[in-house]
Design a protein around this ligand. Sequence first.
Ligand SMILES: Cc1cc2nc3c(=O)[nH]c(=O)nc-3n(C[C@H](O)[C@H](O)[C@H](O)COP(=O)(O)OP(=O)(O)OC[C@H]3O[C@@H](n4cnc5c(N)ncnc54)[C@H](O)[C@@H]3O)c2cc1C
Ligand SMILES: *[C@@H]1O[C@H](CO)[C@@H](O)[C@H](O)[C@H]1NC(C)=O
Ligand SMILES: *[C@@H]1O[C@H](CO)[C@@H](O)[C@H](O)[C@H]1NC(C)=O
Ligand SMILES: *[C@@H]1O[C@H](CO)[C@@H](O)[C@H](O)[C@H]1NC(C)=O
Length: 366
Amino acid sequence: MSIVAILGSGVIGLSTAYELLLSQDLCPKELHIIAQHFPGEHPTSHEYTSAWAGAHFRPFPHRPETYESDARESRYTRVTYKWMKDIAARFPESTVRLMQGIDFLEDPPQEYDGDSPGFNSTSLDGFQKLPQAALPRGVRAGFKYNTYCLNAPEYLGFLQDQVKQLCESRGVRLFLRRMTLRSLSQVHDICIGFSVLFNCSGKGLQFDGSYDPMCYAIRGQTLLLNAPQNTKYASLTVTTQDKNGNWTFVIKRPTKDGQNEQYILGGTKQANDNSVIPRDADSRAILKRGRILYPELMKGNEFSVALVNVGFRPARKGGSRVELERSIHGPVIHSYGFGGMGFETSLGVAAHSLRLYREFIGRAKL
Ligand SMILES: Cc1cc2nc3c(=O)[nH]c(=O)nc-3n(C[C@H](O)[C@H](O)[C@H](O)COP(=O)(O)OP(=O)(O)OC[C@H]3O[C@@H](n4cnc5c(N)ncnc54)[C@H](O)[C@@H]3O)c2cc1C
Ligand SMILES: *[C@@H]1O[C@H](CO)[C@@H](O)[C@H](O)[C@H]1NC(C)=O
Ligand SMILES: *[C@@H]1O[C@H](CO)[C@@H](O)[C@H](O)[C@H]1NC(C)=O
Ligand SMILES: *[C@@H]1O[C@H](CO)[C@@H](O)[C@H](O)[C@H]1NC(C)=O
């Protein structure tokens, strides 16, 4: 019987724990989740990216320059989508809500033709290229598909509750350890004799004080809005990419009981910008675009901003890393660098990590 350690309690670490506990063959005797940040902490650290996400599923076609990682990550999103449909049906408290998604592009790259891999009617539910007549002024391409939105902080709490309940029902000893690790050897002290360590630490810094040199942060400033409840955005998430390269999106933040639902209006994508302070200029630019694109969300003639969010998407050059490493300290399964799509890839990523673990055990037995 095994002892499993997971570093990280963001959406990736918790999804890995969740699937591990649901599996028939890999369920451990002890599970240690070691993290500096857990769901529900106040105030929320800017380093805990998961709590700052929108979050919705916004598929995109594979880009020529990053075809391979796009293909892999796209597969994660499809696995996750299937799973999210099931979660939405079974667990209303998860806040996962199925809805329609629309993408509008003023200056679409070539791969946005409606047939390209990862973004076509065979690979997405309800996919449709919108006719020219249905497009707003200035928009040259538009697409519609079935998707979901979730309330990121609430969903993290839901996952953690599931992990606790599954540990109880399956007789697994669970240790949630709030601490900051400085080196790998510390995992050995905390969790003696672990069989595998899942490294779900978000971005490439932290562990031994060094960085994965391929990792970098993409700053995201978004606005949390109080808004009228019965607009079309109650069941629709829209992303507009304008010709200047700006993104303007609206994502519902569903609540457990459906009361007082708020909306995320975003947002910036600022690579290598580490400023945690909300910037007025960013907020003003978002509001200015929002007035034109999504005026239904205004109260009277103004948006009602409840909160300005700043988070950092843990991106990685060449795409995310999901990989087994046989380190001298024992097997480590890396699972980090998911940039702006940690939620929409989460359950597919966890399935991949567990497959790597299963293969490792299989080989060890030979
Ligand atoms: C504005 C914004 C909007 C977004 N919108 C979406 C969206 O619509 N859809 C989507 O899918 N994604 C979205 N994202 C991206 C998503 O939030 C991230 O991809 C995701 O949260 C990454 O999760 P993670 O578990 O890898 O990292 P994190 O959530 O950062 O978790 C890392 C964990 O590791 C722990 N940790 C790290 N180092 C150490 C250490 N040395 N010692 C102890 N603990 C450590 C941390 O405490 C934490 O628990 C958005 C992000 C932002 C900022
Ligand atoms: C659609 O996307 C899938 C991958 O998601 C790909 O295999 C297929 O070739 C694409 N094109 C068509 C026309 O199906
Ligand atoms: C875990 O991943 C981080 C990147 O997030 C890396 O810096 C660290 O060295 C990794 N830890 C181990 C034990 O390999
Ligand atoms: C977005 O718009 C602002 C002006 O509102 C501009 O300064 C900026 O360069 C634009 N592009 C990007 C990629 O942010």
